[in-house]
Design a protein around this ligand. Structure first.
Ligand SMILES: CC(C)(COP(=O)(O)OP(=O)(O)OC[C@H]1O[C@@H](n2cnc3c(N)ncnc32)[C@H](O)[C@@H]1OP(=O)(O)O)[C@@H](O)C(=O)NCCC(=O)NCCSC(=O)C[C@H](O)C(=O)O
Ligand SMILES: [Mg+2]
Length: 297
């Protein structure tokens, strides 16, 4: 399957005209237009109209998602109808706590005529959502599936549970790791939570490194100042690319043709390490492709 770069997914409030415009020229791998918490109740309809215009204009070929309001809200039907009409790459669903929500929304998108390319992204940001993460992720193996990705929502998790994340998010670590594990067991992508303190560059960089170490594909963002650090943390470095190329060349050298385990720069490599190296190269190519496309557009 093609690798999709999701190092940086920038939330943009659909009610903020200037931010919608600005997002078009930024270097995030993707844009999530938000109709939910970043939009005040009194301006939901106007925000939906702006979201429609922005999605129709597009974001230079980069991945776009529309975060809709939850199914138990008065705005859900109109939000979902918009998603079916404009067909973003994904519909991000907040506060998913049950696999049935994914099935129901996939079925509704089918009945509204949304093309199959419109995927579902589930925000895992409630206690029940974390507990049910495996069951929610498992819907990805069902025939009518549209689910591709999880995003952790640490703000809502903290609100509901009363947890204080603390230094290096120590209190959240078991939940973050169980969400990553559930996603991977079903072959889903998984994106780390936003970092609210957007003027704190050092804190943000540290949290990106931690998220990368935990296995996240990228980070959800709230401010343009966070894009470069997320892209750096979750993308392959020039050294990693060179090493991946050298590893693949070593493993496929004629003298190693009959070997399952090969020595490379003083350590053992096997087919699985070559697969990781190939993924690094595929990610690097995919990053170059989407950003070349953006610059051309
Ligand atoms: C956090 C903000 C409210 C800060 O706004 P502000 O103080 O106005 O920022 P700046 O003055 O520093 O902005 C500088 C320029 O950048 C543009 N900008 C700011 N944010 C964005 C953005 N997200 N996308 C695109 N462009 C942006 C400004 O327009 C300025 O442009 P210019 O005029 O050229 O100078 C604000 O950043 C913001 O609203 N961020 C997004 C908030 C959001 O979407 N929240 C919802 C997602 S987070 C979430 O839901 C968490 C999750 O669910 C959970 O539970 O954890
Ligand atoms: Mg939330």
């Amino acid at each position: 399957m093609a690798v999709k770069p999701r190092r940086s997914l920038l939330f943009v409030p659909a009610s903020n005209t200037r931010a919608l415009e600005k997002a078009r020229g930024l270097s995030s791998d993707g844009v999530i237009i938000d109709l939910e918490d970043a939009v005040a109740p009194g301006v939901k309809d106007a925000a939906r109209a702006q979201a429609e215009q922005a999605l129709r204009q597009g974001f230079g070929g980069r991945e776009t998602a529309l975060r809709i309001n939850a199914p138990d809200t008065q705005w859900f039907e109109a939000d979902l109808a918009l998603a079916a009409r404009v067909a973003p790459d994904a519909v991000a669903i907040p506060k998913v706590y049950s696999p049935q929500t994914i099935r129901d929304i996939a079925a509704r998108l089918d009945s509204l005529g949304a093309p199959a390319k419109v995927r579902l992204w589930a925000m895992i940001e409630t206690a029940r959502g974390v507990l049910n993460a495996d069951a929610i992720a498992s819907t990805a193996s069902e025939p009518a599936n549209r689910l591709d990705l999880f995003i952790v929502g640490a703000n809502d998790l903290a609100r509901e549970t009363g947890v204080r994340p603390g230094p290096a998010r120590a209190s959240l670590i078991p939940w973050l790791q169980s969400v990553v594990l559930a996603a991977r067991a079903s072959g889903l992508a998984v994106i780390d939570s936003v970092y609210n303190d957007f003027r704190n560059a050092d804190g943000f960089a540290a949290e990106c490194t931690q998220g990368r170490d935990f296995g996240f594909d990228g980070k959800s963002l709230i401010h343009p100042a966070q894009i470069d650090a997320a892209n750096a943390a979750f993308g392959p470095t020039a050294e990693e690319i060179a090493e991946a190329q050298a590893m693949i060349a070593t493993f496929s050298a004629p003298e190693n043709a009959s070997k399952g385990a090969v020595a490379f720069e003083g350590r053992m490599i096997e087919e699985l390490h070559v697969a990781i190296a190939q993924r690094t190269l595929d990610l690097a190519h995919a990053i170059a492709a989407i950003h070349d496309n953006k610059n051309a557009g």
